[in-house]
Write a protein of this length. Sequence first.
Length: 475
Amino acid sequence: MTLWGGRFSESPADSLFALSRSVQFDWRLAPYDIVSSVAHLEVLESSGLLPKADCAKIRSALTNLFSEVQSGKFLPLPEDEDVHSALERGLTEKIGVIGSAIRAGRSRNDQVTTDLKLYLIDNMLEISIAVLHLQEALLAKSLEYVDAIAPGFTHLQHAQPVSFGHELAKHAVSLERDLSRISDWMVRSSTSPLGSGALSGSSLPISPESTAKRLGFDSVAQNSIDAVSDRDYVAEALFIIAMIGLHLSRIGEEWSIWSTTEFGWAQLDDAYSTGSSIMPQKKNPDVAELARGKAGRFIGNLTALLTVLKGLPFAYNRDLQEDKEVLFDSVENLQLLLDPVAGMVATTKFNREKMRAAAPLGFTLATEIADYLVRKGVNFAQAHDAAGQCVQIAEARNCDLHDLSESELQSAHSQLAGDVIKLLTVEGAIAARTTSNGTAPKSVVLQIAKLRSNAALTKKWVETASQKFIRTMTL
C-alpha cells in the first residue's frame, strides 16, 4: 500500500518500488508511529476536524493495532511501502476508509521524524541504563583493586607506578562523560516536529503545542522547514554511540593485552571467553575483541549519515531515508555489546603479584628522584637532568635505582643524599600522589565515591525520564 498516487496514471516500476520500499527496516518505528497518531487524533478531535464518533472508532482501532504490533500478530506485507502505509492499511482493514481520515493535517515528513525521535529517546534511555551498569562494574572492580600496584603506561612504555584501581576507574570517568552527552542530547532533542506537515505547517486548526505535550516533548520545533529536514539529533546520537564505542574499544584493547601470556595480568571468566576449533589450549578474549571491532562499525555509521546530510537543500529530501538503517544498526549493536562487556569486567580476576613485580621495571621511580631535588629547592629542569643521569648510571650497572650508592647519586647531583633511597619504592611513590585526582589509594577511593554519587544522580534522571516516556507510550 502507498499513501500517494492520485495524480499518477500508473503504478511505480517494480524496480523503483524495491528501491523506495523501507518497511523492512522502518517497521521498528511502528509502536511510536501509533502513539504519535493517537496524539494527532486528539487534536483533530478537539479542533472539530473529525466527528467524535469517528475519532472513537479510530482510537479503538489504533489501540487494537498497537497490541497486535507488539505481539507480532500484525506485520507488514510485501506491497507495503513503509511503516506508515502498512499501519494505515491495518487501520482501514479494521474500520474502513474512515481510518485514512487521520492523515489530515500531517505528512509523512513530520510523522517520520517524530517517530524517529520517540524511538531514539526510548533507546538512548535504555543505553544509559546499560552504560550505568558497566560503569558500576568498573567502579566495583576499581575498589577491589585500589590497593593493587601496577605500572602505569604512556606510549605503551612503563611510566610511573599507579594504583590499579586508579587505572580501571579512568574508564568509569569516560563513561560518565558519555552519560552527560546523552543528557545534553535529550534537552536538544525534546522538540516536537509534529504539525510541520510536509514543510510549511498546516492551514488546519491543529495544535502542535498539544501534540508536543501529549508526546512528552518540551517544546515545538521553531521552524517547520527545519523540523522536517533536521537530522542533527540522529547525527548526535550516532556520535554519542561512536564515542561510547571508542571507550568500549579502549577497554577491549586493554583486556586483550592484559590477558596475553606476555602480560598474564588478567584471568578472564570462562563465561566471557571462547576457545579454538583446532587448538584445545586456547582461551580467547572474544568480548574484548568484538568491543574493538564494533567501534569501527559505529564510526562508519556516523560517517555515512554525515555524508548523506552534508549537501541536502531546502526541506525534506528522500535521501533522509538513509538515516534509519545506520541508526538502527548502531543502536542495536551497542545494546548487544554493553552487557557482555560489563560481564567481562565484573568477572575478571587480576594477578596482583605479577602487576606488583612489573611496577618498578623500566625505572618508573625516576620521577621520585627529580621531585626529591625539587623539594630541596633545585630547579626542576636540573632535577630532571640529574634523575636522567641516575637512570643512565643504573642502566650501565644493570641495576635498579635503589641499588645506587650515595656516591653514584651525588655524581648526578650534589643535593642527592642517601635518604632518597627510602623514597624509591612503588608503595611510597603511589601513596605520595595525594592530589584529588591522583593515584594514592585514599584519593582513588574518594574519586570512586564521587563517581558513584554522580552515577546515582544520573540513574535517578534516567528513571524519571523513563517513567515520563512510559506515560507517553500509553495509549
